[in-house]
Ligand binder design. Structure first.
Ligand SMILES: [Zn+2]
Length: 266
């Protein structure tokens, strides 16, 4: 069962961003063993974390951050920078970070443990290029997300990098689409893989990434509030402190601790 923990899947290992810095095989191995010991998942994988309470809302976890940056200030469009350039550069960075964060738990996200792409009571279906619904498991959904976003951010016609090339008129709506998908992946990590993230001691990275991403999306209206409602309880706790919750010690004083947010199925 404990096969090859130390290598990331090839398609996800392409990024050299900081979140995994300092992760050593020994630590990963210990963490995985801890998770497996604690895991109550049945061998057939039915009902993973879904039945359990939202561990990610516990104050000792929501406090965890890797930096004290004031993300509310950091996300604002700097003077002299073109809006589309700012959206493009940040969206690409968020894609890389979400991809990397998912790669840390991807070996636990299988067709057996996650038969559907679930976040709380919501299950997402993928829609193919013709708009047809595709029934898929969570890892398949994440693969669809990552490959379609990768295709977009490397397409010169959509994310131009060369001097003189212009952004397409559909640029903003494509950025919104990407943000929606990245939100689903982050949501799935919290909902179905927070325990593993905790065991790997990467919840500070996850919280930090989430706060930065949500505040950026909020600043430029990139996410539909109906879309993000599924994690409103988490967002409230993480993003409502001074500086957008970046201060790191404020998770207990805001929002409604432990509030259960029953979201309708969609
Ligand atoms: Zn999963």
């Amino acid at each position: 069962m404990l096969r090859d923990h130390c290598s990331l899947p090839a398609d996800r290992a392409l990024l050299s961003q900081p979140p995994t810095a300092g992760l050593h095989c020994k630590m990963v191995l210990q963490a995985v063993r801890r998770v497996l010991r604690k895991s109550k998942a049945k061998p057939n994988g039915k009902k993973p974390a879904a039945e359990e309470k939202k561990v990610y809302l516990q104050p000792e976890h929501t406090k965890s951050r890797i930096t004290d940056f004031e993300f509310k200030e950091l996300v604002v469009l700097p003077r002299e920078i073109d809006l589309n350039e700012w959206l493009a550069s940040n969206t690409t960075t968020f894609f890389h970070h979400v991809n990397l964060q998912y790669s840390t738990i991807s070996e636990f996200c299988t067709g057996e443990t996650c038969q559907t792409m679930a976040v709380c009571n919501t299950q997402y279906c993928w829609h193919d290029e013709r708009g047809k619904k595709v029934k898929c498991t969570a890892p398949q959904y994440v693969d669809f997300v990552m490959s379609s976003v990768q295709k977009l951010v490397t397409d010169e016609d959509v994310f131009p990098t060369k001097y003189g090339r212009e952004f397409p008129s559909s640029f903003e709506s494509l950025v919104k689409k990407i943000c929606k998908y990245l939100f689903h992946v982050l949501g799935h990590i919290y909902w179905a893989h927070f325990k593993e993230t905790l065991a790997l001691e990467l919840h500070g990275h996850l919280n930090t990434l989430y706060v930065h991403f949500i505040l950026f999306a909020r600043e430029f209206n990139l996410l539909d509030p109906k879309e993000t409602a599924v994690l409103d309880d988490l967002t409230e706790v993480l993003c409502s402190g001074p500086g957008g919750g970046g201060g790191g010690g404020d998770g207990t004083s805001s929002g409604a601790p432990g509030a259960q947010n029953h979201v309708k199925e969609r």
